[in-house]
Design a protein around this ligand. Structure first.
Ligand code: PLP
Length: 390
């Protein structure tokens, strides 16, 4: 009855079942997987969303790439991050997840593949499936920081059409370094791949000592390979419910413009971005800095707390985190990750993500969100570290 694009129906795993049991019984848990800023006690200015009710929002005059005023505001926001972006090279979408779908339609024939980092954000697999294509992993290796294993990219299948990078990556928090970008761009030129750079977390650096934290956003100004930079409100302004993301196209001008025309056709077929959010975009981007700063302060506070707690727990290692909203902890592998996280939930009533959720190549890792309120985080982390070390 239904298409092969859907994954085979999988039974809920043991962690999901255990969580449902506890929540069903009304037992409170500390959720260290929370990635929704609107549920994390971040202060939002009361009048922040007032611009959504502007009179222009009552008029429906869609433009397939998005209203010019909104695209200009997006370009100005990239200037805040230090990159010159032409508003004509911006295409608005309802989210970066939708933008991925559009890029996969643009770049891949059914059955072909895109290269995705591993470990990374688990949604890639599904987004690819829904477009009838494959997400083939390449590896990130950790020694003193997470770096791209270029041998695994060079061994890519012949039907690869694009390389996806996430900078900083979720959940490893690693930026793609300038050296890696050069190598990727060279490979893309040689193999005819597009380079897709997901920079939704680029506003949240966590390691002031690194020069790699300079966002990749100048990718869009490079003329040597076709590139698409993705960002959006959900992380940059902590406003996932407004549903506004975007693509900035870059590369050899003729190819870039062809890509933009094709993206325009795709976007025109959906016109999925609401008018109110586009009308409000300039003011939201201008005023959203307070929320961004509050989230950033939160992630820094929680990371400092985690590092301090872990310093007294030699069995656990907080891996280097350069940016983003999460931290990876290497924990003793005397039990499986599933046993570790189930035990944490059962004994400590604390929920964390197991590394396998993000497809880590080996065990045992747990991933914690840095978004939780600091008092809750500071109360839970020592218990987590004690429990996983025992
Ligand atoms: C790396 C990465 N990209 C994209 C997204 C999705 O963002 P959006 O809300 O714009 O679809 C997420 C969400 O967590 C993410 O982690």
């Amino acid at each position: 009855m239904f298409s092969d694009r859907l994954p085979e129906h999988a039974e809920p795993n043991a962690l999901t079942r255990a969580l449902a049991r506890l929540l069903g019984a009304g037992i409170p848990i500390v959720d260290l997987t929370e990635s929704n800023p609107t549920r994390a006690g971040i202060p939002y200015p009361k009048e922040l969303l007032a611009p959504l009710a502007g009179p222009r929002a009552l008029q429906y005059e869609p433009h397939p790439r998005g209203l010019a005023s909104a695209r200009e505001a997006v370009a100005a926001d990239h200037a805040r991050r230090g990159t010159v972006v032409d508003p004509e090279h911006v295409v608005l979408a309802a989210s970066t997840s939708e933008a991925y779908g559009w890029l996969f339609k643009l770049l891949c024939n059914p059955g072909e593949c895109v290269l995705v980092p591993r470990p990374s954000y688990p949604l890639f697999e599904l987004l690819a499936r829904f477009e009838g294509i494959r997400a083939e992993p390449y590896d990130l290796d950790y020694s003193t920081r997470w770096e791209i294993d270029f041998a695994s990219i060079e061994a890519a299948p012949a039907d690869a059409r694009a390389v996806l990078v996430v900078s900083p990556n979720n959940p490893t928090g690693s930026y793609v370094s300038a050296r890696e970008v050069e190598r990727l761009a060279r490979l893309c030129r040689l193999r005819g791949w597009a380079l897709v750079s997901d920079e939704v977390f680029a506003d949240y650096p966590l390691d002031a000592t690194l020069d790699v934290t300079a966002p990749l956003t100048d990718l869009a100004t490079r003329a040597d390979c076709l590139s698409f930079t993705l960002a959006g409100f959900s992380k940059s302004l902590g406003l996932p419910q407004l549903k506004l993301g975007w693509i900035v196209a870059g590369g050899p001008p003729a190819l870039r413009d062809q890509a933009l025309s094709a993206l325009e056709l795709i976007a025109d077929s959906y016109l999925s971005v609401g008018t109110p959010v586009q009308v409000a975009a300039p003011l939201l981007l201008a005023r959203g800095g307070d929320v961004r700063n509050a989230i950033h302060a939160r992630t820094r506070t929680n990371l400092a707390c985690l590092r301090e707690s872990a310093a007294g727990t030699p069995a656990c290692e907080v891996l280097r985190v350069e940016g983003g909203w999460s931290a990876v902890i290497r924990v003793p592998a005397s039990r499986s990750e599933e046993e570790i996280v189930l035990d944490l939930l059962d004994r400590e009533r604390v929920l964390v993500h197991p590394g396998y959720f993000f497809d880590f190549a080996s065990e045992a890792y747990i991933v914690v969100s840095l978004l939780c309120p600091p008092d809750i985080f500071a109360g839970a982390i020592p218990r987590v570290l004690r429990a996983v070390s025992s």
